[in-house]
Design a protein. Structure first.
Length: 245
């Protein structure tokens, strides 16, 4: 394990990314454990931070950690040093605290335990997936494959891969589009297949009652919803079930 870490992480220049990802996951799991204890009103667990009656959301602490870790990391020249790892880890914890309340920032109201609050968990999962792909050595938009083809090869690879990824995203396929930024064939499959029925692509290009619109809703009911229910169960297991009120 030590040899693998040295070869694949430290020597490959990925120490900071590794520390960021580990700290990000640990920070997210900790804060979710904390808020679930507070939600259950467990006596032995500290409650919310409320100086003077003002509830301070943990995104505020996350912003402070991100500023300290980010600016501190910029001052560290040696990317393999312990200080570089520490600042990356601090930045990761801060990012976890902020993204855990992403839905609150997006909707500008406290939707933490509502159905809309699931957006925060989805963003966290996507962030973990992206960092995992980067840690594996994959480069976005096919730059690793086109690096030896000259300037025009890189430009064409960028245009193609970004284009199909954007189409997949417009078709409502978030995971397909995001992963497709790293694995072009995934985005290509998402771009050529039917859009999800309520996506921007479907609203603009599938007329109500048309054959494509009916096919899209049928696919959503038969395939997408079971997968979504499975994802919601995983989200509830990790982050807690939203309130029914």
């Amino acid at each position: 394990m030590g040899e693998w870490f040295t070869r694949e992480i430290a020597d490959a220049g990925r120490l900071r990314l590794f520390c960021f990802l580990v700290a990000f996951i640990a920070g997210f799991l900790f804060i979710r454990f904390s808020v679930r204890m507070i939600r259950r009103q467990v006596r032995w667990w500290p409650g919310n931070v409320t100086p003077g009656g003002q509830h301070v959301h943990h995104a505020v602490f996350g912003l402070v950690f991100m500023c300290v870790g980010g600016v501190g990391g910029l001052t560290v020249e040696d990317g393999s040093s312990g200080l570089a790892a520490a600042t990356a880890a601090l930045f990761g914890v801060g990012a976890a605290l902020v993204l855990d309340e992403f839905a609150l920032v997006f909707y500008l109201r406290d939707v933490y335990w509502s159905e809309k609050g699931r957006l925060s968990v989805e963003v966290v999962f996507i962030t973990v997936a992206l960092c995992g792909l980067l840690l594996m050595g994959l480069h976005p938009v096919g730059l690793d494959d086109a690096a030896g083809d000259g300037l025009w090869g890189i430009v064409l690879a960028l245009l193609f891969n970004v284009g199909v990824a954007v189409i997949a995203l417009l078709k409502g396929k978030i995971w397909t589009g995001v992963i497709g930024l790293f694995v072009g064939v995934v985005a290509l499959v998402g771009a050529v297949r039917l859009a999800r029925p309520d996506s921007p692509w479907a609203r603009r290009r599938y007329a109500p009652g048309s054959r494509k619109e009916r096919w899209a809703r049928n696919r959503e009911r038969r395939y997408r919803r079971p997968v979504q229910r499975l994802g919601d169960r995983l989200s509830d297991l990790v982050a807690g079930r939203p309130s029914t009120k």
